[in-house]
Design a protein around this ligand. Structure first.
Ligand code: PLP
Length: 384
């Protein structure tokens, strides 16, 4: 059997070694707490589950869905943008539902990246930006995000190599938990326009924000629709990671091209899940506020445990993560392995998100309060 070079060329799965150690630790009988993955422990709100139940009982939902999503879902997404950001979207041409935003993020490169083409990708950033590029035969180019610049792009220092077609960023950020204000998004749009790049902004955590911070949309920037698309997800806002529903909005031509790729690969989202998505976007939103309060409390718990252990952090204003510098002299992987060995706490090594993640670990807040409390106690004791 001969494997395709584009698959052989994928970066090694950094968590494989850690996964083995976790399994070994559990086999020893240790009570391992995983703060590794970002997958909400909280349930999907009942009215959304009920909408799914009702829709699943209706046989008309059992057939192939429309390739482009139900018109009512596209309208619900457009209405959310209008309500939330004051951005007007044409539901016919500027909105495309996705089978989870990961699906669209990965497939976008198929529409834009030829072998030899490049994409600038947030480093550290959500790994799929680069993986999608590689699977399309292209080359990801690091867009370094450093603490010195608050993990925001320093466009003055960025060289755009030839054949670069895409630029990937996302705020609130996975993994750095950094947030962007409108001025950063404005510079990004200008940079994209100056270098003829399609700007791809990943807003998966736009609704998970703290201390009164409200995340902007890149589409609020004048002219953004000429150069940008924005990915969104129901996964984290409505605790629907398992349901697989997200969307992309913005530049009509980019969305049309992604639609061409998708009609040849998939057959859309189960109609019952789409109806549940409509219920999520158009129904009561009070649980979102409650969820923010829960994550904010968890963030405070971790930030204060780290402070007591001598690691001072500015409390992050968004996402479900805390990005923690490793003590001097430790690599990300060493530090993660040490926390597993000595505290039975799993964290994600920063290098899993790009070379500039070296020197950091990522803690996920998506575990129940009592387990997070226990993990915080162990971290405090281990690090002190
Ligand atoms: N974007 C970011 C930054 C993420 O962290 C994730 C998931 O963890 C996704 C996109 C994908 O989310 P989904 O495919 O569930 O919509």
């Amino acid at each position: 059997m001969r494997i395709a070079k584009r698959v052989e060329g994928l970066p090694p799965y950094l968590f494989a070694e850690l996964d083995k150690r976790v399994a070994a630790k559990r086999a020893e009988g240790a009570d391992v707490i995983s703060l590794g993955v970002g997958d909400p422990d909280l349930p999907t709100p009942p009215h959304i589950v009920e909408a799914l139940r009702e829709a699943a009982l209706d046989p008309s939902t059992h057939r192939y869905p429309s390739y482009y999503g139900m018109p009512e879902l596209r309208r619900a997404i457009a209405d959310y943008y209008d309500r939330r950001f004051g951005v007007t979207l044409d539901p016919e041409t500027e909105v495309l539902p996705l089978i989870g935003s990961k699906e669209g993020i990965a497939h976008l490169a198929t529409a834009f990246v030829d072998p030899g083409d490049r994409a600038l990708v947030a480093d550290p950033g959500y790994p799929v930006y680069g993986i999608g590029t590689i699977l399309a035969g292209g080359e990801p180019v690091s867009l370094p995000l450093t603490a010195e610049h608050r993990f925001l792009p320093d466009f003055d220092a960025v060289d755009v190599p030839p054949s670069t077609k895409l630029l990937w960023i996302g705020y609130p950020s996975n993994p750095t938990a950094a947030v962007a204000e409108a001025d950063t998004l404005e510079r990004t749009v200008r940079f994209g326009a100056d270098h003829d790049l399609l700007v791809c902004h990943d807003a998966a955590y736009a609704e998970i924000t703290f201390d009164g911070y409200v995340a902007p949309s890149i589409l609020q920037i004048p002219g953004a629709k000429h150069v940008a698309v924005e990915f969104g997800s129901l996964s984290k806002t409505y605790n629907m990671t398992g349901w697989r529903i997200g969307y992309v909005v913005g530049n009509a031509e980019a969305i049309r091209m992604l639609g061409v790729v998708k009609t040849n690969i998939d057959s859309g989202i189960f109609d019952a899940v789409q109806r549940a998505g409509i219920a999520a976007l158009t129904g009561p939103q009070d649980h979102v506020e409650q969820m923010r309060a829960i994550y904010q409390k968890r963030r405070d718990l971790i930030v204060s445990a780290l402070a007591e252990a001598g690691i001072d952090l500015e409390p992050p204003l968004g996402s479900i993560y805390v990005w923690v510098p490793a003590p001097a002299g430790r690599t990300s992987v060493d530090f993660a392995a040490e926390l597993l060995d000595e505290a039975a706490v799993v964290v994600a090594p920063g290098t899993g998100y790009g070379p500039h993640g070296e020197g950091y670990i990522r803690i996920s807040l998506s575990v129940p309060d009592d387990r997070l409390q226990e993990a915080a106690t162990r971290l405090r004791e281990r690090l002190r």
